[in-house]
Each structure stands twice: as C-alpha cells, then as structure tokens.
Design a protein around this ligand. Structure first.
Ligand code: CP
Length: 310
C-alpha cells in the first residue's frame, strides 16, 4: 500500500512507490477504456481542486478521476476565491479542511506551496505543479505512457528538449525516470539549462542530434514565456530553427521512438505539427494516462487514509 498522506514530488517518492502507482494506474487506464466509467471506490470522499494558475489537463483530469470513482468534487480558482481578498494559503487550506474534505489537488506559482499546505491540513495534498519545482502527476503519466508502449521503463533513453530551466515537468521526469532505471538526456539553449541539473542525474547533450541519438522517446517542453524575464533566446522563430524538434531529426532516434509533450504545445516551436499529429505521437495518450494516474493516486491515498482513520 502507498504509505503517503501527500504526493508533493517524485524527489521524495521511492522507486517502489512509483512502481506501485504505475501498476494501479495501468489498471485505471483499462477502466477508462470501458464504456461505463463509473465506480464507487471514492464514494463519500471529497476532492477540492485549488488552482492558482491556469490549467486544462491537470485540473480536468483530477476532476474527472474523482467523478469517475464516485467522489464529491469542487473546483476553486484563485480568481474567484477569497484569495482575492488577501486570504493566505494556510488560512484557505485550514478553512477547506474544516469542511471535512479528503483531498486537495493544488497548482501554485510558488515552489513549495503544496508542502506548506500539506503541513497545515489533514486532507491529502496532491501537487498539480508548483512554480519551477515539480509536477509529479505529469511525470507519472508520462511514465505510464512509456510503460504501456515499451512494457518497461528500465533501460529506456528519454531525450528531453526545451525550456528545462523553468520546467517542473523536466525535474519530476528526471527524478522518476532515473529512479526506475531510464537514462535522461537533456538539450536546450544554455540560457534555459539549469546549472546543477547533471548532479541530479541528467546527461547534457551538446546538440539535438546527440540528445535524440538512440532515444526511445523524445519529449518536447513548452517554452514558458510566463516564467521568463525575456532575453533568454532571440525569438520564437530562431528558437524553433535551432532548438526545436524537427521531423528530420527523428532519424537519429530508434525506429519505434515516440514523441511526447506535456502540453499545452506551442505548435511549430517545440515540435513540428507533423510530429505532434504523426503516428509516433503519444501526446493524446499522455492525456488519457493523466486521468488514470490521478484516479490511481486518489484510490491509493484513500486506502491510506482509511487505514490511518483520516
Ligand atoms: N501538462 C499540464 O500541466 O497541462 P495543463 O497546464 O493544461 O494542466
């Protein structure tokens, strides 16, 4: 059983815990393929999605995961909440906790906000992305898509290209993939590569060709203009020309290599439209896996809460 009240990141999640989540998520992926997406596994439990940043995939998939498993589900966006009146994150969390809820899925622009919240609430906190820190459920869904495609994670080479510096997705994938025995190779403009990333287990390539050479999966990352102060690359068209993943570069990858992207994609910037929509693209499968991973986490954490009498 997953022995965790909260899921804050993959840095502090063990290989065994990740494997358990992926096994459960694989079963949930099967459940999602059925016509009747209805279960009472979470009947009587309540999930709040508390999002201080925009989201389509993460928030909707948490909501659907909760609904499919029979939980009560409420959405709060910062724009329409008492945050606008100056309420602190801790006060918001304690207020929601007093309503006897079970889960809070939170997205916040500040790194560490989910941890701070988790320390002040009885509800289980699931990190839906905190600043430039981690996006653990995204990495788990990426790993689920890879596991389903290749049957394993161990021994895979995953090339991650794009805005590594501002990417919580890159960091969570680095932690998760290397714990399960994959090789992670990164490539970006020097201005978008964090200095100490090699110490966390990443290999840094000198070119796109070197990054993609022999890769099983090529992941493009979104250029995060909202987290940049500007001046990190000349223009989007030059970024695309010198750093984007183009069709002709895929000849360096393995024959059955897949294209991944966490979304939302800047079409023609990180990846060409033909790669996004092509036969090797697993981008929409990643989205489906996102619902499965979030459903699995809610189930496993509900079991833990039951055992602990929470
Ligand atoms: N990948 C991801 O986190 O997408 P959203 O911002 O749409 O949730």
């Amino acid at each position: 059983m997953l022995k965790k009240k909260d899921l804050l990141g993959l840095y502090d999640t063990s290989a065994e815990e990740i494997a358990e989540i992926l096994n459960e998520a694989d079963k949930m992926r099967g459940f999602l393929s059925g016509k009747e997406k209805k279960s009472d596994l979470l009947a009587g439990r309540t999930l709040i999605t508390l999002f201080y940043e925009n989201s389509t995939r993460t928030r909707t998939s948490f909501e659907l995961a909760g609904k499919y498993l029979g939980a009560n589900e409420v959405n709060i966006s910062a724009a329409s909440s008492s945050v606008q009146k100056g309420e602190t994150l801790i006060d918001t969390g304690e207020t929601l906790d007093a309503m006897k809820i079970d889960f809070i899925a939170i997205r916040h622009p500040m790194a560490g906000a989910p941890k701070l919240l988790a320390e002040h609430v009885k509800a289980s906190v699931l990190n839906g992305g905190d600043g430039m820190n981690e996006h653990p459920t995204q990495a788990l869904l990426d790993m689920l898509a890879l596991k389903r495609k290749f049957g394993k994670i161990e021994g895979l080479k995953v090339a991650i290209l794009g805005d590594i510096k501002h990417s919580r997705v890159a960091k969570s994938n680095l932690f998760g993939l290397t714990k399960l025995g994959a090789e992670v190779v990164m490539y970006s403009p020097r201005t978008l590569m964090p200095r100490a990333i090699e110490r966390l287990g990443a290999k840094i390539a000198k070119s796109r060709e070197e990054a993609i050479d022999g890769a099983d999966a090529v992941m493009g990352l979104r250029i995060q203009l909202e987290r940049q102060n500007g001046g990190l690359f000349p223009s989007l068209s030059e970024y695309s020309k010198f750093y984007g993943v183009k069709d002709e570069l895929m000849k360096y990858a393995k024959k059955n290599a897949v294209i991944l992207h966490p979304g939302p994609v800047n079409r023609g910037v990180e990846l060409t439209p033909s790669l996004i929509d092509g036969k090797s693209s697993e981008i929409l499968e990643q989205v489906t896996c996102g619902v499965a991973v979030r459903a699995a986490l809610l189930k496993l954490m509900a079991e833990y809460r039951m055992e602990k009498g929470l």
